[in-house]
Ligand binder design. Sequence first.
Ligand SMILES: C[S@@+](CC[C@H](N)C(=O)[O-])C[C@H]1O[C@@H](n2cnc3c(N)ncnc32)[C@H](O)[C@@H]1O
Length: 200
Amino acid sequence: MAVEIGIDVDLLRSEIQKTYASVAADPETERIFPTGRAWAEDLDYPEELARVPEPAVESFAGVANPFSLGRLQPGERVLDLGCGAGTDSLVASQMVGPGGRVTGIDMTPQMLAKARAAADAMGAENVEFVEADAERLPFADASFDVVVSNGVIDLVPDKDAVFAELYRVLVPGGRIQLADVTIQQPVSEEGRRKIDLWTG
Ligand SMILES: C[S@@+](CC[C@H](N)C(=O)[O-])C[C@H]1O[C@@H](n2cnc3c(N)ncnc32)[C@H](O)[C@@H]1O
């Protein structure tokens, strides 16, 4: 175990995978967090959302809109950290165009399967999806111009490891466009041990 958080990290990982496998398989089920196209539209997603196929967007589970921090530029190499079913990757793929490249990583295979199917349906040839852990990225140093991430780092036990990896894989002067959940007060020991508070 790399970091002491008062919880079994292997159990946490498998509960997170269970939660998001179910968001992939049963997108219609009501949850404590919002999902789907109507939610992305509420967040003022850019016009590229319209071309993203339904199998991706129905399992969109972001917490905010990372593109509100700025549009991506043609030719950029983008990492979508915790891409889920691929909505942000497929928005990004349209922004960076054929000269750019988008790599989505996620640890939940059911989400990645939906992302790959949606990329095929859209004919997006500049996107790939890789199964990986955000704490250990299988990429060379300085291989991306920009990282987008939406609702993922709050789920990861070792946040220092994630940021170390992001700084490593970004080029010097690269950008991080992060949408995530933050807290204003320290969480109690008891709260930290409640797996449901981590997974949702
Ligand atoms: C709230 S969902 C957001 C998915 C996507 N970014 C979106 O906006 O729809 C969180 C995603 O992060 C993934 N995830 C959580 N912890 C992860 C980790 N340590 N490494 C890689 N992916 C992780 C989950 O599998 C899930 O697909």
